[in-house]
Design a protein around this ligand. Structure first.
Ligand code: ADP
Ligand code: MG
Length: 715
């Protein structure tokens, strides 16, 4: 914040009218540009204090400021709080009687008001526009300016006419405010409002007290496990938590898990399928602090103003970066540190893709819905549920609502409060209605792109805060205030033991081998298959797969396939690999991964010891698994450079013996022994006995035969 001079009139007004002693980030720059008469766009997150950016200039300037706001409730709140501060402000909207509206306009004409709030629809009224032309305007402010854009969910057709209104009124200053600032939306704002060379201020998106973390998970069991370990950790076992899930069903599922862990009375569930009383009861209990954890769909949070939320956990990938950031933004409102943990899987996008498709009706569904409405005639009420029932057999009922919305947007259909009606005189042929099918398709593509960006957020290497700020168009902070990429040791959702720092030789080798395996798999296999390949495990899923032929087969043995999967997830979390596709998510190596694999770059993290073959912890995990007891414990560090040909030969030998004796192959010797044998094929009894898992009994049983089988490979 710039140092403020005591004689500064703007600062003085801030104190005098609002009782604040300093500006929030970005406010001063916006206000200065507005006062200087430059068209200005202010993009700041919710709660950053955008209103002040027009309220304060309105007080400092001659004339009246017109503030366009989309919701009557928003207007009323603002006007109430301004009036409470002794500021002459009011609104004109349809909640008032004609007389009250007239009275406000008269006071405006009489120069008694500094701010007048109106809904965009008001400008359709020529009498109102005429009145405005008779008063000196100080400023024309458009709040929630993203409503201009058709790309947004809050699109308001009346907002698109504001450009003409500005042209007609020629106000000396124009300010547009919004919290949503994707580049398309910004372009729409300038375009529609006709702002020449606007000053654009994007500020306040950085939330320094939020630790952002994202974690690739396997199935739901994996998520549940991570959630449980978070709820039991010091960060998760105290303080309020909001947990977001994508569907009602998943809200119930995860609420159940939370209840098991922290006790039923501490957990409330919240979603659209509950009735109003249940929902408000859940919200109240959370707000009053009677319940510590709220498990909810994204419907929760609009009115949640609990400042002491210590963590927001997503158990599914959110649909958009804006949505995600708005939800995590509910954590740490009090400024104290808070945790944001995102547990995700690439298949999470399926439900979003399904819902996106459903909310963009096809021409066929639009045509059919229109046919039914039109045939009923303008006098008839057609119920949405009847239309849905009609289309349910084709599984298209989900598109009925968006189709009706599209039809009402072009005034072909309207909702009479209970049912739908066709507009009188509308043509029977849907092609003549003026529906813009291209636009619908474009909008759907746009939603897909936004989902793609959300996926990039979890996968792309680099600082999480920087990604978010870049997304909103703000400059990234010089120093990351906290994320799992930049501050790995502070992570709570990740793998225990993953730390920031330069990997040692064995760790680096492990990472490179895993990357080599991912690279060889060429983006054609899922993560678990690649993990089995790295571990050298012939799972049923690998049967007949070309993965068996790769030189990287078994390259990370004796790590367990689960450990290899864990390691690959770490590589994804750290941006060295990523998951492509959602129907069948496939593991790919990223450019950064290539650099590390080829030794041109060194990662700045150290994998957890239990995921590094040969490290003491890695070995212990292995011992537990093989049940090998003391002999294995004293064995050499298992070598991990196994020649696939020898591995194959050993497997063949083992399979043959197992068949002969009617036992499973691992009874002959396990994979850990197999890879140790492959790495250093023994040519003497002593060498055989030194192999982990092999002892005198095994020597007696098949030792010499094995040496024979390995003879071609020993050097
Ligand atoms: P936005 O519209 O950006 O979501 P608001 O304008 O509603 O945010 O402001 C959010 C809150 O911040 C309001 O309670 C407002 O009074 C307060 N606020 C705004 N500017 C300041 C400031 N400079 N200092 C302290 N509080 C502020
Ligand atoms: Mg606002």
């Amino acid at each position: 914040m710039a140092p403020e001079r005591p004689s500064d009139p703007v600062l003085a007004a801030l104190g005098q009218w609002f009782g604040f002693d300093a500006f929030h980030a970005g406010q001063r720059d916006v206000i200065d540009d507005v006062l200087a008469g430059r068209p200005t766009v202010a993009v700041m997150p919710t709660g950053a204090g955008k209103s002040l950016c027009y309220q304060l200039p309105a007080l400092l300037l001659e004339g009246v400021a017109v503030v366009v706001s989309p919701l009557i409730a928003l207007m009323k709140d603002q006007v109430d709080s301004l009036q409470a501060r002794g500021i002459p402000a009011d609104f004109v909207n349809s909640s008032q009687s004609q007389d009250d509206q007239r009275a406000v306009i008269d006071r405006m004409l009489g120069g008694e008001l500094k701010l007048v709030y109106v809904a965009p629809e008001r400008f359709r009224q020529t009498t109102f526009v005429r009145a405005l032309r008779q008063v000196p305007l100080s400023l024309f402010a458009v709040d929630e300016a993203h409503c201009i854009s058709r790309w947004g969910h809050d699109f308001r057709p009346d907002y698109t006419r504001l450009g003409e209104v500005i042209e007609a009124l020629r106000p000396p200053r124009v300010l547009a405010c919004t919290a949503t600032a994707t580049p398309e939306v910004r372009t729409d704002i300038h375009g529609v409002l006709g702002l020449a060379d606007p000053a654009i201020h994007i500020a306040g998106f950085l939330r320094e007290n939020l630790f952002l973390e994202s974690r690739l998970c396997g199935g739901d069991k994996d998520r549940e496990r991570r959630l449980a370990s978070f709820l039991k950790s010091p960060e998760g076992s105290d303080g309020a938590i909001i947990l977001y899930a994508s569907t009602r069903k998943r809200v119930d599922q995860f609420a159940r898990i939370c209840r098991q862990i922290v006790g039923a009375h501490d957990v409330v569930a919240y979603h659209g399928g509950m009735d109003d009383a249940e929902r408000s009861d859940a919200q109240d209990r959370f707000m009053r602090g009677e319940a510590r954890i709220a498990v909810a769909t994204n419907a929760f949070g609009m009115g949640v103003d609990r400042a002491d939320v210590r963590a927001v956990v997503h158990v599914d990938l959110p649909r958009t970066v804006e949505g995600y950031y708005q939800e995590v933004g509910r954590a740490g409102r009090d400024g104290a540190p808070a945790r944001c943990l995102l547990l995700h899987n690439p298949t999470d996008t399926r439900v979003h893709e399904f819902l996106i498709d459903r909310s963009h009706p096809t021409p066929e569904v639009l045509g059919e819905v229109w046919r039914l409405l039109h045939e009923a005639g303008p006098e008839a009420s057609v119920y949405q549920s009847d239309l849905e029932a009609h289309l349910a057999s084709a599984d298209l009922d989900g598109m009925v609502e968006p189709a009706l919305r599209q039809l009402s947007r072009i005034d072909a259909a309207w909702f009479d409060g209970t049912a739908w009606r066709a507009a009188a005189g509308a043509p029977a042929d849907p092609a003549e209605l003026g529906l813009d099918f291209d636009r619908i398709a474009l909008h759907r593509d746009h939603e897909y792109q936004k989902l793609g960006l959300m996926r990039r957020f979890v996968q792309e290497p680099g600082c999480r805060h920087a990604f978010i700020l870049h997304y909103f168009g703000e400059a990234a902070p010089a120093v990351c205030p906290g994320c799992d990429r930049c501050h790995r040791e502070d992570s709570v959702g990740g793998v225990p033991g993953l730390v920031h720092g330069e990997p040692d030789e064995a760790e680096l080798l492990t990472l490179r081998k895993a990357l080599a395996g991912a690279a060889r798999a060429e983006g054609r296999f899922g993560l678990r298959k690649v993990a089995a390949m790295l571990a050298g495990k012939r799972t049923r899923a690998l049967e007949g797969s070309s993965l068996l032929q790769l030189s990287t087969f078994g390259i990370l043995a004796p790590l367990h396939p689960d450990a290899c999967a864990e390691l690959l997830k770490v590589l994804v979390d750290q941006g060295l690999c990523r998951m492509a596709g959602s129907e069948y998510p496939l593991l790919e190596i990223t450019r950064e991964g290539w650099e590390v694999m080829q030794g041109r770059a060194t990662p700045s993290f150290r994998p957890p010891p239990h995921l590094v073959p040969g490290s003491p912890l890695g070995k212990r995990v292995q011992l537990l698994r093989s049940g090998g007891g003391s002999r294995a414990a004293t064995a050499e560090t298992p070598a991990i450079d196994a020649d696939p040909e020898i591995v194959e030969a050993l497997r063949g030998f083992r399979a043959g013996l197992a068949r002969d004796r009617g036992v499973p192959p691992y009874v002959i010797f396990n994979d850990r022994s197999l890879f140790a044998l492959a790495a250093q094929p023994p040519d003497t009894e002593a060498a055989f006995l030194a192999v982990p898992g092999l002892g005198p009994g095994k020597w007696a049983s098949f030792g010499p035969a094995l040496l024979d089988a390995l003879a071609p490979f020993s050097d």
